[in-house]
Design a protein around this ligand. Structure first.
Ligand code: 6R9
Length: 652
């Protein structure tokens, strides 16, 4: 044992994965992007991105691809002008594809809507006119607090069309979270709904908006979509979507905006501090989300049915439900509800019904499906699928293998996509027609992206080394700043390493040069002087047949500095016993080495997660260290912590 090891020694010693899956011949044969793209981008990065920007329709061409004269403040496609909504809608209709389905929408209760590109364009034009009639002008901010209904996407596109900056807040966030975000952005209008369906019940949204608006003097109007028909309180600020949009003029000419015109603000929850309003602009953002959706999902707009299971309130919903797929003219499925309503096969039933070809979901969902059992997806025809994507957290090799086998029929490539709200678009991912995939690894930076793994001093680690994920060069869809706080932008992302973007994630490079993401650096544990990543201990636990999910934290320990405390959910809802706990501790020690053996393992019924499915280890650390809980406003289900704390008190 070493007293002060560098992350590279310890992280690298854990987990080795040798399984490989070559891309299937049919995908290779028709792939949108081949291996040659890496070389082209390597030879001329800016030329490569200019070529990708050329996939869009510009009203005025740019005169300079990148202005990086004042880092870290980037300007991409300087002087260029375009309209983002025009690129997502009008141009497809003008090209004769107005009859193509844009959205197959399925409500949780089973009601459906089929919306073509022509339908979507006409509704967005009217919504743009309605917002203009309500006094919204280019540069104003509009908050969107919606369930997963088509109007959520329409509202975003209507804002984009008139140059208003949207700020989408997860439907279900509290008054504190919503009012804080509205006030930070000084939003003029809020677009919401009476409610949406979740877990078989109408879930009201309007009361939270009413309470929030009372705390937000900037709000002049609230536009309300009628979804559930629930009773709502009504004030003189409130107007119905069906009145103002339904009654608005049908024609609307989209004006071009500067490439750097602000498109949206999206708040990242952060751990303790005030949420950060991540600002994205127009031309570079659309270029990269459009290109990555085309490259990573190999989208064929004429034949694919694409489904991203994210919520619109997460960056994944922005980039890979709205702007990426729609800029490519894709047909997609949008689903309102939860995967277990009215039964645990709902996802697979939908894939079967709509013949979905590409599925993009999160490890948390995949682990939940594993826990429910293989027999559930086995009851449905999933042979339409051809590509599977994962996003949001490191995917444990075990979950990756399960996804490939039980959902992908051992046939579909799995693309594990690493990116962040801040990066705007996918940065590190396999390409389905190029990469030989390795379970659990996001593998390589995409063409045009320079991701690296560096040690404490900012030096690249060799293969086999571990450290921090950084981005060495600016990229088109990068955040431009934190809304209203340039200092915090510099400090958070650009100060850790000179001239590099610090992502805040631990990473390692394996012997083949593949990148492995190891979780947030704030979560890394220091046990007897060894850095141990939560991800690797969690993956070791999940590789035991009895374990469905695991979350690991470092709790203060008088002997080892920090000790590993694991919270696990067993498969099939089992409660386990002392023998199993001993077996699990030994299993981790055997897989990763004795240093990684958990001091304590607790069996819990659920784990605390954010609305986008990320485990909130911070709260588990509070439990493990017997502290009162920190901020719980972004928790998906606030009763979970009570269950866990009770289990802990029982001394399990
Ligand atoms: C898109 C999104 C960003 C953080 C990121 C990292 C984690 C996302 C991942 C992943 C490992 C992946 N993350 N994708 N970790 N492998 N494929 O999730 O954005 O909500 O801002 O979260 O999520 O820790 O830094 P966001």
């Amino acid at each position: 044992m070493n007293d002060s090891p560098q992350p590279r020694e310890t992280l690298a010693s854990l987990l080795s994965e040798t399984r490989h899956f070559d891309p299937p011949a049919d995908i290779v044969a028709g792939a949108n992007v081949t291996g040659e793209a890496y070389e082209r981008a390597q030879a001329d990065r800016l030329g490569f991105w200019a070529e990708q920007a050329g996939r869009l329709d510009w009203a005025t061409p740019w005169d300079r691809v990148l202005d990086w004269d004042n880092p870290p403040f980037a300007k991409w496609f300087v002087g260029g002008k375009l309209n983002v909504a025009y690129n997502c809608l009008d141009r497809h209709v003008e090209a004769g594809n107005g009859d193509r389905v844009a959205i197959h929408w399925e409500g949780e209760p089973g009601d459906t809507r089929t919306i073509t590109y022509a339908d979507l364009l006409s509704e967005v034009k009217r919504a743009a006119n309605a917002l203009t009639d309500l006094g919204v002008v280019a540069g104003d901010r509009v908050a969107i607090y919606m369930p997963m209904i088509p109007e959520a996407a329409m509202a975003m596109l209507a804002c984009a069309r008139i140059g208003a900056t949207h700020s989408v807040v997860f439907g279900g966030f509290s008054v504190d979270a919503l009012s804080g975000r509205i006030n930070d952005a000084q939003a003029k209008v809020v677009i919401t709904a009476d409610g949406g369906y979740r877990r078989g019940k109408p879930n009201a949204l309007k009361p939270t908006v009413d309470e929030s608006v009372a705390l937000c003097p900037s709000v002049e109007k609230v536009v309300v979509v009628r979804r559930t028909g629930q009773d709502v309180e009504w004030s003189d600020k409130d107007v119905w979507w069906h009145d103002v949009v339904g009654g608005a003029a049908e024609e609307h000419q989209a004006q071009p905006f500067d490439a750097e015109h602000p498109l949206f603000i999206l708040y990242t929850s952060g751990t303790t501090a005030k949420p950060k309003g991540i600002l994205h602009t127009s031309g570079g953002y659309l270029t990269q989300v459009s290109y990555t959706h085309h490259a990573v999902f190999d989208i064929k707009p004429e034949s694919d049915v694409y489904w991203c299971g994210a919520d619109i309130g997460w960056v994944t919903g922005h980039s890979y439900i709205v702007y990426g797929p729609m800029s490519n003219g894709a047909t997609q499925l949008m689903y309102e509800g939860t995967p277990d309503t009215p039964h645990k096969g709902r996802y697979w039933e939908l894939i079967d019904k709509y013949k979905v070809t590409i599925l993009y979901t999160a490890p948390t969902a995949i682990r939940t499906f594993m826990k429910w059992g293989d027999d559930i997806p086995a009851q449905f025809d999933l042979t339409s699928l051809r590509i599977l994507g994962s996003v949001g957290e490191p995917i444990n090799p075990e979950a990756w293998m399960w996804y490939r086998k039980h959902i992908g029929g051992d046939r579909c490539p799995v693309v594990d996509t690493w990116w962040q709200t801040e990066t705007g678009a996918i940065m590190v991912s396999p390409l389905p027609g190029v990469t030989s995939t390795t379970p659990g690894s996001a593998q390589h930076a995409l063409p045009g992206i320079s991701a690296d793994v560096v040690d404490d001093t900012g030096t690249s680690v060799p293969n086999g080394g571990g450290g921090y994920l950084v981005l060495r060069e600016p990229w088109p869809s990068m955040l431009r700043t934190i809304w209203g706080d340039d200092e915090r932008f510099i400090e958070t992302y650009w100060s850790r390493f000179e001239g590099m973007y610090f992502a805040g994630d631990g990473a390692k490079r394996d012997d083949e040069g593949n990148i492995w993401l190891l979780g947030r650096v704030d979560d890394v544990m220091l046990v007897s002087g060894h850095n141990i990543s939560t991800t690797e201990v969690e993956s070791a636990l999940v590789s035991h047949p009895a374990v469905a999910e695991a979350a690991v934290v470092g709790a203060t320990d008088p002997v080892t500095g920090q000790a590993i405390v694991a919270f696990t959910i067993l498969r099939g809802g089992s409660e386990g016993d002392d023998d199993l706990l001993t077996e699990l501790r030994n299993h981790v020690a055997k897989t990763l080495g004795p240093i990684a053996k958990p001091r304590q393992i607790m069996i819990v019924p659920e784990l605390p997660k954010t609305r986008s499915g990320k485990i909130m280890r911070r709260l588990l650390r509070d439990v493990a260290e017997n502290r009162s809980l920190g901020d719980v406003t972004t928790l998906q289900d606030s009763t979970v912590m009570k269950l866990i704390a009770e289990g802990m008190a029982k001394g399990k």
